[in-house]
Every structure is written in structure tokens, then in C-alpha cells.
Write a protein that binds this ligand. Structure first.
Ligand SMILES: Cc1cc2nc3c(=O)[nH]c(=O)nc-3n(C[C@H](O)[C@H](O)[C@H](O)COP(=O)(O)O)c2cc1C
Length: 166
């Protein structure tokens, strides 16, 4: 696993109106300055083709664990791999990311963004999931090639995919 970027950023406000899944625990969205939410965004290469049963199993893992742990986020799948946003308390999200990084169902995990934010961007999603169009996939690849400014653009695009605006 390599780490490319770690920088502070602003909260992306678009995703706070998302529907709550049934039986979701109440998650604190606003937090005090001392208990900021950690947000990570990484990409990876999948070991299996899109649509393989392992995608379903990964999502099941994510939904069941994250609901209990108070983690929210979004998992995007394209033809070659994953792009995932994880958010929650640092003491939960950091070990989760370490576990995910060692998962044999993917490789080449690259951390693109780590930041502290006062609010969740994906409140209501224990783990949302979408299959990326080739256009969105190409757009995100361009963003990741651009560095810090590009990551924020990528983050906004992911938010739009998540909220069904794209
Ligand atoms: C692309 C990808 C995304 C994943 N996302 C999550 C996630 O959001 N939450 C989670 O608990 N596990 C996720 N997993 C699964 C973890 O790697 C791990 O298998 C799971 O947390 C169970 O760990 P354990 O067997 O040590 O309890 C993901 C795995 C992959 C490959």
C-alpha cells in the first residue's frame, strides 16, 4: 500500500440529505472540534472481474461491520478496481483501512486522501455502492493524476454519483 496524499479539505455539503437505510443507528453528524470525523479515500485494483460474487461479499462485509462500528462511506466499482470513501472516528477508520489494505480480494491500494472534517459526507450510508460508468471512471483517473486539487474534484463527483445527480 502506498500513500500519495494527506491534506486538509473542506466538507462537501451535497450528501447530507441522503435517505437513511432501515434500522440504521443514529450517527452524530456534527462533532466537536476535538472529535472530528476522519475521511479516507483510496483506490485499488480488484483481483476479480466486475460482477464477480466477491463484490457482493465485500459489500456484505462492509454493510454488516460498518453499521455496528458507526462507519459510513461509499464504494465505487469500475472495470478494474475500487474507489472507496470511508468515514468515522479515527480510532475505528484507521484500523479498518489497515484491514482493508491487507484484504486479498484487491491489491495496489493507494490512499488518495486523508482528512479531518466536522461532518460526515455520506451520513445514511453504512456503505453505498455504485458501478462507475466509463466516463466517470476516466474522469476520476484524470482527477487522481492531478494531485490535491484533483482529489477534491473526484470527491465531489463521487458525492454526485452517490446522491444520484449523475
Ligand atoms: C474493496 C474492499 C472494500 C471493503 N470495505 C469494507 C468496509 O467498508 N468495511 C468493512 O468492515 N470491511 C470492508 N472490507 C472487508 C475487509 O477487508 C475485511 O474482510 C472485513 O472487515 C472483515 O474483517 P475480519 O475478518 O478481520 O473481521 C472491504 C474489502 C475490500 C476488498
Amino acid at each position: 500500500m502506498s500513500e500519495q496524499l494527506a491534506f486538509p479539505g473542506r466538507f462537501v455539503p451535497h450528501a447530507t440529505n441522503m435517505p437513511q437505510p432501515p434500522n440504521a443507528p443514529a450517527l452524530p453528524n456534527r462533532v466537536s472540534r476535538r472529535s472530528m470525523i476522519t475521511q479516507l479515500l483510496y483506490t485499488s485494483a480488484s483481483r476479480h472481474p466486475r460482477g464477480h460474487s466477491s463484490d457482493f461479499e465485500i459489500l456484505q462485509d462492509a454493510l454488516s461491520h460498518n453499521r455496528v462500528q458507526g462507519v459510513t462511506g461509499y464504494l465505487l466499482r469500475d472495470i478494474g478496481g475500487f474507489c472507496q470513501v470511508l468515514e468515522g472516528p479515527a480510532e475505528i477508520v484507521e484500523p479498518l483501512f489497515a484491514r482493508i489494505s491487507g484484504d486479498p480480494r484487491h491489491s495496489d491500494v493507494v490512499l488518495r486522501m486523508r482528512r479531518q472534517v466536522p461532518e460526515r459526507g455520506f451520513l445514511g450510508w453504512s456503505m453505498g455502492y455504485a458501478s462507475l460508468s466509463p466516463e466517470d471512471s476516466a474522469f476520476l483517473a484524470t482527477c487522481f493524476a492531478e494531485g490535491a486539487g484533483g482529489i477534491l474534484l473526484a470527491f465531489e463527483r463521487i458525492g454526485r454519483v452517490a446522491s444520484g445527480q449523475d
